[in-house]
Design a protein around this ligand. Structure first.
Ligand code: SF4
Length: 113
């Protein structure tokens, strides 16, 4: 665990990252920087690929169909390192209480094109 983990601001499970599927380019900076192994790079599911904007589809094609995924959402401690590290501005944090019963760790912005 890096020294940066000491700067985390919330108890685990209060906040979690949400990844904008139209922006992510699978550069994995979030995977590298997160002190709690919240992210992994995985292959985009076909149904997710179909929901991308044209620009998102082109990005997905150019990056081998891979993107970052939130695999341990309850481990997040809201330090914000992933937000700072992502060169595509594809990550935001949201309160877990805001997404109860909602499909969760991804979003597609309308203004990505
Ligand atoms: S804010 Fe990002 S880097 Fe920090 S713990 Fe949560 S997922 Fe990991």
């Amino acid at each position: 665990m890096s020294n940066k983990s000491a700067e985390c601001k919330a108890a685990p499970g209060k906040y979690m990252p949400v990844i904008d599927r139209n922006r992510c380019e699978a550069k994995a900076d979030c995977v590298t920087v997160c002190p709690y192994s919240v992210f992994e790079i995985q292959r985009l599911a076909e149904d997710e690929r179909k929901q991308l904007s044209l620009r998102g589809k082109i990005k997905a094609w150019a990056h081998g169909g891979n993107q970052a995924y939130v695999v341990q959402p309850t481990a997040c401690q809201a330090c914000g390192l992933c937000i700072e590290a992502c060169p595509e501005g594809a990550i935001r944090l949201t309160s877990t209480s805001d997404i109860v019963g909602n499909n969760s760790t991804t979003s597609n912005t309308d203004n990505a094109d």
